[in-house]
Design a protein around this ligand. Structure first.
Ligand code: GLN
Length: 495
């Protein structure tokens, strides 16, 4: 078992469960709690860049409402008074929502996303909006117009992407939980880089209403937290059918039935995910598999040959959908408008050239190309066929398995400015994108440290609507290892 050389391994960040107990016993008020977190954010966010916008007034208002509810002696919902961070591609009426882009730098939505409504309904306390790669396109946070979020474990390293700000805030003790979005790994990979847990739910479990679209058939909202039980509590709070998102169907509640008993569970190891892994990551995963075996799971060797098609299929489909979704930013309706364009065409051209960063422009161009008349069959249609093939292979595997255990990423947190080419960066998404292609759920849990002391993540993938199974498996590991792989922040809030 690899252990971080320098940090105490058993101290945790403050979990929702721990905060709930403090609030319910009136040892601390929600307002006091919010002030402690807001002070920590003010002190540490300049170095971390986890938040793009801090919403102090709204946070204190919500905390006051939470205190009234707690004070009235009613039994309050699980997230009442709980300080959290919301990714900045999730619409908040009256609060700017930038999507990490210059295009939406001053955009203030006039309606709320469904998840924000749900959390506000519980009087959870939003501290601010989390930093992210521009339009959620990226794996390092470096495409954010506001400068990338830093990794609280090592400020010279990236927090991952695209929900890097959310993971950095949670791992840095600047929020008790966070809400991210995941199109090809954007919840799981930053959770793994920062050493916390993240859940990408089954496609349709959580409403996408109010999520600024990147690739609609792959996008899904989910939680990042410091413990598996916390993940389950937040998932229960946000999963729901919503008639404003016709692809949503909700999910059964999971919190109360997570036992962590995995005896007899069949856990698959698909060899393709393990090819060419750096030694530290391979060892950490091997040791995680052994832990599962010890806990009574049956390890099964399986093969997933379609893995090699996952990246090309994903990057064609995601770019195609993005090129269509981002067509709405024309400088005319909302968002940024370039000055001095003269003609309509020129205004649109200038707005889009100025408003979008390089990576977003690259993907719009790629997406437009693969959808153009002469190339549609060669690229887009073929990618759709690959998607079908990958989904079929997933279904075949899960007819024999409960869970697939893989690394979350073939790398740990990269240094800032690692200067990878776009394709090299895309390749680091290899373990996470197949899950979105198949619409399946997956959770990332910390399972070790590399030789630099950086967290390593294990991914547990389930069959569609298998959240309870993967979270149970995650809980079993966390219970067994005593959270040894979740390091305490060196800064932030410690209650
Ligand atoms: N890194 C992947 C991409 O750039 C995934 C991003 C995401 O899940 N939003 O598309």
């Amino acid at each position: 078992m690899l252990k971080s050389p320098d940090l105490p391994s058993r101290v945790k960040m403050t979990s929702i469960t721990e905060i709930r107990a403090l609030l319910d016993a009136r040892k601390i008020s929600a307002v006091e709690l919010a002030k402690i977190y807001l002070d920590a954010v003010k002190r540490e966010n300049p170095a971390l860049s986890a938040y793009i916008t801090v919403t102090e007034d709204a946070a204190l208002d919500a905390a006051r409402r939470a205190d009234e509810r707690i004070g009235a002696g009613e039994s309050v919902p699980p997230l009442c008074g709980m300080p959290f961070v919301l990714k900045d591609n999730i619409s908040t009426a009256g609060i700017r929502t930038t999507c990490g882009s210059k295009m939406l730098e001053n955009y203030v939505p006039f309606y709320d996303a469904a998840v924000w409504e749900a959390l506000r309904g519980q009087d959870a306390v939003m501290l601010g909006k989390g930093n992210m790669d521009e339009f959620a396109m990226g794996s390092t946070n470096e495409t954010s117009y506001f400068g990338g979020a830093k990794n609280p474990r090592d400020l010279a390293r990236v927090a991952g992407g695209s929900s890097g700000g959310v993971a950095a805030a949670v791992a840095g003790g600047l929020a008790s939980f966070g809400i991210g979005s995941d199109t090809g790994g954007s919840i799981r990979q930053p959770a793994s880089f920062c050493g916390v847990v993240g859940l990408k739910p089954t496609y349709g479990a959580v409403s996408r209403h109010g999520l600024i679209a990147y690739a609609s058939s792959l996008d899904q909202i989910g939680p990042i937290a410091v413990s598996v039980k916390d993940l389950a509590a937040v998932f229960d709070a946000i999963s729901a059918r919503d008639k404003r998102d016709m692809t949503s169907r909700g999910a059964e509640q999971v919190s109360d039935s997570l036992t962590g008993d995995i005896r007899g569970m069949k856990i698959g190891l698909a060899r393709e995910f393990y090819e060419g892994l750096p030694t530290d990551i391979a060892k950490a995963l091997e040791s995680a598999a052994k832990t599962y075996e010890k806990l009574g799971a049956e390890l099964v060797d399986v093969s997933f040959p379609a893995l090699r098609h996952a990246l090309p299929a994903y990057y064609i489909l995601a770019c195609a959908e993005a090129s269509s979704n981002l067509g709405r930013y024309d400088g005319l309706r909302y968002g940024r408008r370039a000055e001095g364009g003269g003609t309509l065409d020129e205004t649109i051209r200038r707005t889009r050239s100025e408003g979008f960063g390089r990576e977003v422009r690259r993907r719009i161009l790629l997406g437009t190309y693969v959808l153009s008349a002469g190339y549609y069959d060669a690229y887009y249609n073929r990618a759709q066929l690959l998607r079908r093939g990958i989904t079929n292979e997933f279904e075949r595997m899960f007819s024999e398995l409960d869970v697939l255990l893989t690394p979350t990423a073939p790398v740990t947190a990269l240094p800032f400015g690692a200067d990878l080419s776009p394709v090299e960066t895309y390749q680091t998404d290899i373990c996470t994108v197949p899950v979105n292609i198949a619409g399946a759920p997956a959770v990332s849990i910390p399972c070790g440290f590399d030789s630099d002391g950086l967290p390593i993540g294990a991914q547990l993938i389930g069959a569609k609507r298998g959240e309870k199974t993967i979270l149970s498996a995650a809980l079993a590991f966390e219970n067994e290892t005593g959270g040894a792989f979740i390091k305490a922040p060196t800064s932030g809030v410690k209650l």
